[in-house]
Design a binder for this molecule. Sequence first.
Ligand code: CA
Length: 286
Amino acid sequence: MRILLVEDEKYIARALAEVLKKNHYAVDMVFSGSDGLAYASTGIYDLVILDIMLPDLDGLSVLRRLRAEGIATPIILLTARSATDEKIQGLDAGADDYLPKPFHSDELLARIRALSRRAAGIVTRGSLEFGDLSLMPQALTLTHHGRQEQLSVKAAQLLELLMANAGTIVAKETVLRKLWGYDTDAGGNHVEAHVSLLRKTLAHLGSTVSIRTVRGMGYTLLDAVEKDATARRATRPGNEGRPGNGGRLGNEGRSGKEGRPGNEGRPGNEGRPGNEGRPGNEGRPA
Ligand code: CA
């Protein structure tokens, strides 16, 4: 998860960034409203922590402009303790939460967790599931059939990104920006190296989940079990004409993101009730 921190008081910004990094968030820090607006407008952030009192462009203006641009990234405003007006204006302008200064970093962390759970539709556990894998991104732990593997920060971030977007292709550029941010010399080869490492970890665990490279586009998660089940269902006699599938938008026709292999012949969503129409949720049962 990548967080943008917009705070002109550099001492506070650096201290906060340190706390966030220690808790395994990827953090970019900018010290002005205009930079905050420019960075947040890229849409690569999962969360923005935005101070209201900024020298050039104040936080409320940044917030309003972002929302006007259609950037829906969750935003926590840092407000002055007494400024009730600011809080109301902030919430009205589309902030998701606010935190009066000064605050304890634990409180900020709790609010970040609450907001990211809400944003991801994860109800309680703060974990992501796909196939036989369960990932706790902040703890960097990957669980496979009861066995826990401790991941590196980058590996956890990469897997989190792929799991949160299961069913779609995650562009290589997106991986690069999410894991390394904009202020980096890292390039595509860094992404490839980390994908390769994560593949080794998955293979080492004996997981049915693998990372598929979609040439020229990016990466997507595959679950071999799901694929086998698909093949079995496809060959099962009497399946072809099965009613109930007709009205559903086939995966074939859902243009764009769906490069998910193994979906083509899949008759419906039978195994996963309640998922219809919510693409991208497959890997994250509530
Ligand atoms: Ca400030």
